[in-house]
Design a protein around this ligand. Structure first.
Ligand SMILES: [Zn+2]
Length: 133
């Protein structure tokens, strides 16, 4: 039995609509928060928080610790599990490798990683060595 193109088109549109409806809101995280609250009486939640780095956005269930194992949702993506601290480190590593830049240890700005030894890199924003020397 083959399904009509009309039906297949309707299925595709339904999938896209439902994905878009959830992926661009924090509804999924709030739902996960309710499940965890009901499941574990020791679960402590401080609600949905948000962090941005390198132009990417992450929503997560805040449990009061940067590296707590929790529920994450990057904008436009499905839920994942992990810590928001690990997510930030991974995103910044990907950014550094993709753009050949390094984050300055003094001012926190990104600067070109143009030396063989990163300790010798001078920040273009604060004009100090990125290693703090
Ligand atoms: Zn700097």
């Amino acid at each position: 039995m083959t399904q009509s193109d009309h039906f297949r088109n309707m299925v595709d549109r339904t999938v896209n609509f439902v994905n878009d409806s959830f992926l661009f809101s924090t509804t999924m995280l709030e739902f996960a928060d309710k499940i965890l609250t009901a499941y574990d009486p020791d679960y402590k939640s401080f609600g949905v928080e948000h962090v941005t780095t390198c132009g990417r956005h992450l929503y997560y269930l805040n449990q009061g610790d940067t590296y707590a194992y929790t529920v994450l949702k990057e904008s436009g993506c499905k839920l994942t599990a992990g810590s928001w601290g690990d997510w930030v480190e991974q995103v910044e590593l990907e950014y550094a490798l993709e753009h050949n830049e390094i984050r300055c240890g003094n001012c926190g700005e990104w600067t070109p990683n143009d030396q063989d030894d990163w300790h010798d890199v001078v920040c273009i924003s604060c004009h100090r060595n990125v290693d703090g020397s």
